[in-house]
Design a protein around this ligand. Structure first.
Ligand code: C5P
Length: 218
């Protein structure tokens, strides 16, 4: 069993940046579970489905061969042997993942992969249900959040810096919708585990959050 640090929280709270930094500080593996849900979304898209085809997604999970491999040093994600990492951050893939991840069949498909990584390695794993469901006995659990406005503003800045046209109010609405879906779904909804440490990063820098988590680990 590795040493396990679980970081959960809503979209845009800075989980992946922070989890990656904490992992680097400690020499642990960073496991991005959102990337796995995104890879499932790529598979469904390749089958010609839209994010409304929930019944087909369930059927596919029951029958088809969908092998997702997570290259833990480089964080590359392979879908049936093909590297799909480059497609994972597409907006449409994110939206599809957010809808598909509500299905128990989709979650069940990824559960063992996530648990196995945590058994085999010291990990910092980020997601929505890591502390509550995937690794209930994690050594450290963090619930990382920030206000909707702060998260929207961070995303807005990121997109602007990447030269993409965007509207703050639309981003804020999208974040609100994603929170709503993640928190109200029946299977493994996003919530703070009872034994998780709450960190609200609205008024904190990345470095301050990283240090706060490292001090919890000590
Ligand atoms: O974190 P990220 O935005 O990459 O995740 C994509 C989607 O996958 C999220 O909107 C969320 O609905 C879902 N997800 C999840 N459980 C996880 C990680 C991600 O339901 N452990």
């Amino acid at each position: 069993m590795g040493y396990n640090i679980a970081i959960d929280g809503p979209a845009g709270a800075g989980k992946s940046t922070i989890a990656r930094r904490v992992a680097r500080e400690l020499g642990y593996i960073y496991v991005d579970t959102g990337a796995m849900y995104r890879a499932m979304a790529v598979y469904f898209q390749e089958q010609g489905l839209t994010s409304e085809d929930l019944e087909h997604m369930k059927e596919i999970c029951g029958g088809a061969e969908i092998v997702i491999r997570y290259e833990n040093e480089s964080q590359q994600v392979y879908l049936n042997g093909k590297n799909v990492t480059g497609r994972l951050r597409e907006e449409a893939v994110g939206r599809f993942a957010s809808v598909g991840s509500a299905l128990p069949e989709v979650r069940a498909h990824l559960l063992e992969l996530q648990r196995k990584l945590a058994r085999d390695y010291d990990v910092v794993m980020d997601g929505r249900d890591i502390g509550t469901n995937i690794l209930p006995h994690a050594d450290v659990k963090i619930y990382l959040t920030a206000s909707v406005r702060t998260r929207a503003e961070r995303r807005f800045k990121e997109l602007q810096e990447a030269g993409q046209a965007c509207v703050l109010e639309e981003i804020e609405k999208d974040i609100q919708e994603r929170d709503e879906r993640d928190m109200t779904r029946e299977t493994a909804p996003l919530k703070q585990a009872e034994d998780a440490v709450l960190i609200d990063s609205s008024e904190m820098t990345i470095e301050e959050v990283v240090q706060a988590i490292l001090s919890v680990c000590k």
